[in-house]
Design a protein around this ligand. Structure first.
Ligand code: SF4
Length: 216
């Protein structure tokens, strides 16, 4: 079989569509993590699954790296977050950024979300029916980001992911798992602003996270 004959044969097959028959129609590319997260964010933006949609200025989906190894999960948007549409942008967010920096990371390297995407009135604690209604969005975010480590901030986030009612004192400082992902509960930065004496305790939790991240 000479090269000229083979070239002619391939041209003829291409002309007859044999290529396509052999390989089948090219499948559409599967959406990536960013596209899937954007789709979930669009669903959140129009969600009315609980009463909190009534008072929101913006829904608050997430911030940070969708391919992060470390994901922080907090409670709910506060006033600043509701105004700006991003989580942890108020005073508690500034403390979280300092905590992330102290861990040797940049805020752009981690992914940050809340259990609720709309602000509860007067920053009250999330109610069980609101958490239940909003939980599928957080679950989807965790599935897509697929972090190596989750750090829950405060009791509502820790109790939601660990399906417990235990107090933070009983949960923090030791490893748990959520869907096979290592999970470290620690205090919420808003609580640390009110109780600065607990910052040292929270730092102990974060040091465990640093060690786990460096374990590779
Ligand atoms: Fe929907 Fe969550 Fe907002 Fe409730 S808090 S309206 S479930 S996005």
């Amino acid at each position: 079989m000479d090269a000229a004959w083979l070239r002619k044969r391939l041209e003829l097959e291409k002309l007859m569509g044999v290529d396509a028959l052999m390989t089948g129609p090219s499948a559409p590319a599967a959406p990536g993590i960013e596209e899937e997260l954007a789709a979930a964010q669009e669903q959140v933006a129009v969600c009315r699954a609980c009463r909190l949609h009534e008072g929101r200025t913006h829904t608050v989906f997430a911030r940070g790296n969708p391919r992060a190894e470390l994901m922080f999960v907090g409670e709910a948007p506060g006033h600043e977050e509701d105004v700006q549409g991003y989580p942890f942008v108020g005073p508690a967010g500034k403390l979280l950024d300092r905590m992330i920096f102290a861990m040797g990371l940049r805020r752009e390297e981690v992914y940050v979300a809340n259990i609720l995407k709309c602000r509860p009135p007067n920053n009250r604690e999330p109610r069980p029916d609101e958490i239940e209604a909003c939980y599928p969005f957080l679950k989807r975010q965790i599935e897509l980001v697929s972090p190596r480590i989750i750090c829950t901030l405060g009791r509502p986030a820790s109790n939601t992911l660990l399906r417990t009612n235990a107090a933070m004192g009983a949960l923090r400082g030791r490893w748990h798992t959520f869907d096979g992902i290592r999970l470290m509960p620690t205090y919420h930065p808003a609580y640390l602003l009110r109780s600065p004496g607990q910052k040292r305790v929270a730092w102990q939790d974060l040091k465990l996270v640093i060690v786990a991240l460096n374990e590779g």
